[in-house]
Design a protein around this ligand. Sequence first.
Ligand code: HEM
Ligand SMILES: *[C@@H]1O[C@H](CO)[C@@H](O)[C@H](O)[C@H]1NC(C)=O
Length: 329
Amino acid sequence: MEKVLLMFPLLILTIFSVPCNCESLYPHYYRESCPLAEEIVRQNMASVLYRDPLMAAPLLRLHFHDCFVLGCDASVLLDDTLDIVSEKQATPNKNSLRGFEVIDQIKVALEEVCPLTVSCADILALVARDAVELRGGPGWEVELGRRDSLEASFSGANQFIPAPNFTLEQLIANFNSHGLDIQDLVALSGGHTIGRSRCLSFRSRIYNPQTYEEQKYYDRSYVFRRTLSSICPESGRDNGLAPLDFKTSRRFDNQYYHNILEGKGLLESDGALVSEDPDGDVVKLVWAYALSQPLFFRDFVSSIIKMGSINVLTGDDGEIRRNCRFINL
Ligand code: HEM
Ligand SMILES: *[C@@H]1O[C@H](CO)[C@@H](O)[C@H](O)[C@H]1NC(C)=O
């Protein structure tokens, strides 16, 4: 009892000495400064996706490619200028990333109502949430308050975005380097429940089965691979598109995990989650998400919120861009 009493003042002290974390992100950041911000993004997203449901996937991917290079600071949106070498030309992005005009359209709408207030990095985070939710996935409160970078990193985009032929070990190491763990890796890979990939990115998966374990999965999916080879021959047609989730590519659901358990993930990196360490923790998570969509949704939400806070700029760092493609003059 005495011990407890002695510790009490100490506890109080610890609580009050925690430094004010004023600079972290929080929901409804624009409540005062731009109360309609989230509504404006949502309405634009609803009309864009109504016209073109396939747009949801590239818009979700933009937030990921932003956060993995210099942090979630809209560096991915900058165009080439005299001072900027755009990330858009880097290998993972070139001829592949899209949706930039949608971001422009939303930014224009926001500038009309509240000029120089809502950052492009926050737009990407809101757009990712709306893309997921409007395709049948979970919704969540987006933490906001990011500011926009004054720079881009072409070399960073080549270096820090995982490649489709990464091994499981490389995927885990890449995610770790961004402060993300294996649960984040497995949950966020579920982003491949929507969207498409170019032949260029999955050709090796069809024609070069590498390990014995992989071979075993390939044999079970022979017909699947034969179908893919018509879209993606051994050479040529680099830009031919195939759905990442061959069953329900327009729905944000947990079908992706069923697919990879059947050896029918499109990318090597998708297959790697189950084939490389068949008894490991990663496969256990894949099974858990395949068996429970609510669990997948819950973990996807907590991982994308975590991803959305990687190296954010707050306070006086960076700026609020007027046009997402250029830093302000
Ligand atoms: C785990 C490591 C990852 C790798 C290796 C990877 C790789 C790729 C590749 C190669 C493509 C196809 C690009 C092309 O057309 O060539 C793609 C597409 C896509 N990725 Fe990932 N990705 C990963 C994680 C993620 C994450 C974390 C998300 C979001 C949560 C995501 C969302 C998407 C989406 C939505 C598409 C489809 C884009 C479209 O339809 O245009 N990916 N990814
Ligand atoms: C992935 O492909 C790149 C480019 O073709 C190659 O340089 C690299 O060695 C490959 N990585 C793995 C793990 O196979």
